[in-house]
Design a protein around this ligand. Structure first.
Ligand SMILES: *[C@@H]1O[C@H](CO)[C@@H](O)[C@H](O)[C@H]1NC(C)=O
Ligand SMILES: *[C@@H]1O[C@H](CO)[C@@H](O)[C@H](O)[C@H]1NC(C)=O
Ligand SMILES: *[C@@H]1O[C@H](CO)[C@@H](O)[C@H](O)[C@H]1NC(C)=O
Ligand SMILES: *[C@@H]1O[C@H](CO)[C@@H](O)[C@H](O)[C@H]1NC(C)=O
Ligand SMILES: *[C@@H]1O[C@H](CO)[C@@H](O)[C@H](O)[C@H]1NC(C)=O
Ligand SMILES: *[C@@H]1O[C@H](CO)[C@@H](O)[C@H](O)[C@H]1NC(C)=O
Ligand SMILES: *[C@@H]1O[C@H](CO)[C@@H](O)[C@H](O)[C@H]1NC(C)=O
Length: 486
């Protein structure tokens, strides 16, 4: 950098900072052996922090941010120069670093370009009032950047600059929960070191560019909660390191490409809330590491896949509202299955009793199907699940009370099995034999809908829509559920 521009810069800065920078200069010159910083970089940092934080005196308080007066959101590393000097390698503003807070006019200063050693830039919940956009030139020069996270900034608008693709060392790119729109630039496909791409919760549109197939290091792809169109790209099947693919809540249509079945490290696949058609490809039987398979609210409209029962690592299967037909497959090998949501489909046949012996099953929703016959689950299972067991809305499904301690048909809101009206075909409950029950209540057919004083009327079961998407997390692969209560 030309020294003239530096001194110009200094003049401007000193006017604001008064003695601040001078003081630092004196001190560092005195202690000649101390590891120092280049002025231009230091002033660049002051400028960047000054444009973000609501503390005009930040530079004065943190005159030596790499040594004596650190701030938790700034990190430095000693460079390879001789004599060694400090370089700013990390800037982080977020919920864990809240003092001082961002100012309402916070913006990204062009002085970022004076921090060429920056490896991590993460700014959370900072641009909330005045509009900020990602300028085209801003990131181009930050050639050392490995981790760029600008998250939860509601006033961060505009498009993703294609120039981001010049950040060849980028491993993590997260622009989640901003107000970014436009297409995903195809240039991003050049980021061959990228491991995590999280663009979730924005207003991105257009199709997923084919070039994404070039992100050969990618393990996490989260494009959920946007307005992305087109089909699930078959070239995702080339990205052998993928562990998490979350495309939920977009406008994706068409069939699922069979190539996705090649992703033998995939742990999570969430395609819920789209317009995807079936059938689910047979190749999915190769997704041996799969733990979370979430396809809710898609017009799959085909047969429930049999191979589900062979994906032994499955923890959660969610197929609500997919128009699935056929019978519930044998899932007895899925010892780790904790949640099975098959509600709002067209499933027929009986409910396999061995679901009740899955040791970890804790949420079972079979409501609103065409299941029939007697429901036979162990007491222990029924009480363990409580309100998380939902079998309502299956006209042919019935229960027999006498094998349970309680009135199970009332509890589960299913009729008692009787051989009438085709309700439960030929299944008739044995006669009631309660020795202490002098009233000798006879089996009955439960006609009514849910009575208003039913225990099930209470809060969650009735109102919770188990709309299940996975929150992306830049650090962990298996992230927590987000339950969207309606
Ligand atoms: C999303 O972007 C579209 C244009 O692509 C625009 O019409 C729409 O208003 C935006 N929605 C939101 C919530 O910003
Ligand atoms: C089930 O989970 C346990 C604990 O996480 C794990 O050790 C085991 O390998 C899993 N079983 C299968 C079949 O994946
Ligand atoms: C079940 O199938 C019928 C006709 O085949 C269709 O009208 C109905 O919408 C389907 N129900 C569900 C929940 O998919
Ligand atoms: C379900 O699969 C298991 C394991 O393959 C098998 O032992 C069992 O008999 C099957 N159950 C039914 C009802 O087909
Ligand atoms: C089961 O799914 C239905 C929607 O089909 C939903 O209304 C109900 O709350 C769900 N029950 C549980 C226990 O999640
Ligand atoms: C079971 O509960 C229902 C509804 O609460 C009630 O009408 C019926 O009499 C009960 N049946 C038995 C056998 O207790
Ligand atoms: C019901 O029982 C009758 C006579 O016992 C038999 O003819 C009929 O096939 C049975 N129906 C079903 C669906 O099993």
């Amino acid at each position: 950098m030309a020294s003239s521009s530096l001194s110009l810069y200094l003049v401007g800065f000193l006017a604001i900072l008064a003695g601040g920078v001078m003081g630092l200069q004196g001190k560092t010159e005195e202690t000649g052996e101390m590891v120092m910083m280049e002025e231009e970089e230091l002033l660049g940092l002051f400028d960047v922090m000054g444009s973000l934080l609501d503390e005009p005196g930040w530079a004065q308080v943190h005159q030596e941010p790499c040594t004596n007066t650190p701030w938790p959101g700034v990190g430095c590393e000693v460079g390879e120069e001789d004599p060694p000097i400090f370089h700013v390698t990390l800037i982080h503003v977020g919920p864990d670093v809240v003092n001082p807070p961002c100012k309402s006019s916070a913006k990204l200063s062009d002085s970022l370009l004076k921090l060429p050693y920056l490896k991590t830039l993460s700014i959370f919940n900072c641009f909330v009032a005045s509009p900020v956009s990602l300028s085209r030139s801003l990131f181009g020069a930050l050639s050392s950047l490995e981790h760029l996270s600008l998250q939860s900034n509601p006033s961060l608008f505009g498009e993703i600059p294609p120039g981001l693709s010049s950040l060849k060392d980028l491993r993590v790119l997260s622009l989640s929960q901003n107000n970014i729109q436009g297409n995903i630039p195809s240039e991003l496909g050049g980021l061959v070191k990228l491991e995590q791409l999280d663009l979730s919760y924005n207003n991105l549109s257009g199709e997923i560019p084919e070039e994404i197939g070039g992100l050969e290091s990618l393990s996490i792809l989260d494009l959920s909660w946007n307005a992305i169109e087109g089909e699930v790209p078959s070239y995702l099947g080339q990205l052998q390191l993928l562990q998490k693919v979350d495309l939920c809540s977009n406008r994706i249509h068409g069939k699922i490409a069979p190539e996705l079945g090649n992703l033998n490290r995939l742990v999570l696949l969430d395609l819920s809330h789209n317009f995807i058609n079936g059938p689910i490809p047979e190749t999915f039987s190769g997704l041996e590491q799969l733990q979370y398979l979430i396809l809710d609210q898609n017009p799959i409209n085909s047969h429930i896949p049999f191979f589900l029962g062979t994906l032994k690592k499955l923890v959660s299967i969610s197929f609500s509202g997919c128009g699935l037909t056929g019978t519930i497959p044998n899932l007895s090998l899925l010892k780790n299955l904790t949640a099975l949501s098959l509600d709002n489909n067209n499933l027929s046949g009986t409910v396999p009793p061995n679901l009740g012996s899955l040791p970890n099953l804790d949420h079972l929703n079979l409501s609103n199907n065409k299941l029939r016959g007697e429901l036979v689950f162990p007491d222990e299972f029924i009480y363990r699940l409580g309100e998380r067991l939902d079998v309502r809305g299956n006209e042919g499904l019935c229960t027999c009370n006498q094998q349970y301690k309680e009135n199970i048909s009332a509890y589960l809101q299913t009729p008692v099995c009787l051989g009438t009206e085709g309700i439960s075909e030929n299944r008739t409950c044995p006669k009631q034999q309660h020795p202490d029950d002098s009233k000798g209540i006879s089996p009955f057919l439960y006609h009514g809908k849910i009575s208003s004083d039913s225990p099930f009327q209470d809060s969650q079961l009735m109102s919770a829509s188990f709309g299940l998407c996975f929150l992306s997390s830049i650090v962990s692969i298996v992230s927590s559920f987000c339950f969207h209560y309606v």
